[in-house]
Design a binder for this molecule. Sequence first.
Ligand SMILES: [Fe+2]
Length: 318
Amino acid sequence: MSEDVKILVIDDEQSIIGQFERMLTDEGYKVYQAKSGEEAEKIIISEPLNIVITDVNLPDIENKEWIKKIRQANKYAFIVVTADYADIAAATQSLKLGANDYIGKPFDPRDTILTLRALVEKQKLKADNIQLLETIKSLALALEARDPYTLGHSEQVTAYSVAIAERMKLSREEIERIREAGLLHDIGKIGITDAILLKPDRLTAEEYDKIKEHPEIGKRILAPVRSLADKIPFIYYHHERYDGKGYPEGLKGEKIPLGARIIAVADTFQAMTSDRPYRKALSRQIAIDELNHNKGTQFDPKIVDEFLAIVDAIKLIG
Ligand SMILES: [Fe+2]
């Protein structure tokens, strides 16, 4: 059971490696060892590690770069730094740079194994979650690929939304929430038939009602993913209007979650400025006029103002 847990221990002192190795092998973990950054790098690249335990003071590496390098090579592994008293500042810096935990040297094996056991469990959950999220994101991309007109739509909406959120100086966490929600905001369209989604003519009222189900479908699809719980409201409410005449619930004003109000502006602007089967893209200026015209009715006026202040500076890829 624990055999599939892979842990790399990096330290230039063989005695430290030995201590970790005994402790971790007893626990049933598979242990890799490296005495330098160079040796470690090869293992980090080739093995799907769960935990990387690294000395902060390795002779051949610069601590700051090292943490980043590990993170880039393996986005799933938890990084645990070990440091003696003299290196406490470096350990703190590592935590700021994305290391997950810190073990002081000399360490008490009983305490340390408890810490590591808990970290292994947390890491497995996190890795599962990242994989699940990636699966969902590729589903969202596959969905867009069904329709050449919406290819790249979610990414552009996300770029606009994040730019607005940054301009509004929202917290890092809130910005990340908006980023994920932006990418997934139309995932519910997976439940709408091609006949409606790809229809080259204007939709009938009935067909439009079907399309309007996509926020609800999206909410249902994503509900089992625990790490998405705080993003689902942004997805579910992205078609609400500031005046309360939107869907699915007709929420009004500030009752609509901020992330959803931001995505609504970004979404509409992106849709207006790209080709649709039944019409050509509107010019940027017309789209800007439309946003201004619908300030306070369809859109939160403050968000429109923030967006229009930066719209020209936003760079889009593709
Ligand atoms: Fe939508």
